[in-house]
Design a protein around this ligand. Structure first.
Ligand code: ADP
Ligand code: MG
Length: 229
């Protein structure tokens, strides 16, 4: 999947008679291989946009295209397949299962999937890639925050995605650890040609992307080159 296109996408939430406009008529296009940061104050719609782009959530109106294909009307099973084959997710809270080892956590997305590679070999290879070859059998509680996020990144890569969508992946980490996680995402972008969409509060990290998108009140207010174009 080379392109993700968002066309006039809005998302409204209704509750207690109050309507929240999380996104208003957002237009944006992402191309595989880009490293894009999304910045903006809390509540500006960053997570909502990322969830819609990743088909985890649905817009109230507007269109989402993967390459030339309109995604809006697909059923949940088709969406799950497209997601599995194209997109890896990384979250602020790591989202690891506490009762599973690092290796087992990396294998989670393959549960119930028919695939054409050796699952365990692939998981071990990815844990090597993220620098955790000696932690295969450790549980999340035995790992530091940075190590847990590395497990989550290995998990995101298990099905060879074209895209990694990361929602504040450094938000729970100290500055130095956050930098190393950012560098790992940069490395994946460089070496595996993954498109990375990276939501962050940290302007210093955001500027290191090739493209910086700034959001405010549910709109994109700036879309410009970053320092590493
Ligand atoms: P950000 O990630 O930039 O902090 P969000 O996308 O999480 O922003 O939220 C955008 C707006 O939508 C906020 O005003 C938030 O309160 C609201 N919002 C997000 N999710 C929900 C929800 N499930 N129900 C109601 N309002 C929501
Ligand atoms: Mg958010």
């Amino acid at each position: 999947m080379k392109h993700i296109k968002v066309e006039k996408v809005s998302k409204h939430y209704k509750g207690d008679g109050v309507e929240t406009r999380a996104l208003s008529d957002v237009d944006v296009k992402f191309t595989k291989g880009e490293f894009v940061s999304i910045m903006g104050p809390s509540g500006s719609g960053k997570s909502t946009l990322l969830s819609i782009v990743g088909t985890l959530d649905q817009q109230t109106s507007g269109k989402l295209y993967f390459d030339e294909k309109l995604i809006n009307n697909l059923g949940l099973d088709d969406l799950a397949d497209i997601r599995f084959n194209n997109i890896g997710f990384v979250f602020q809270q790591f989202q690891l299962l506490q009762t599973l080892t690092a290796l087992e956590n990396v294998l989670i997305p393959l549960f119930n999937r028919t695939i054409h590679f050796n699952k365990k070999e692939r998981a071990i290879e990815l844990l090597n890639l993220v620098g955790l070859s000696d932690k295969l059998n450790s549980f999340p509680s035995q790992l530091s925050g940075g190590q847990q996020q590395r497990v989550a990144i290995a998990r995101a890569l298990i099905a060879h995605p074209d895209w990694i969508l990361a929602d504040e992946p450094t938000g729970n980490l100290d500055t130095q650890t956050g930098n190393t996680i950012f560098e790992l995402l940069q490395q994946l972008n460089r070496e595996k040609k993954c498109g990375v969409i990276f939501v962050t509060h940290d302007p210093l990290l955001a500027e290191k992307a090739s493209r910086v998108i700034e959001m405010k009140d549910g709109s994109i207010i700036k879309d410009r080159e970053g320092r590493s174009v």
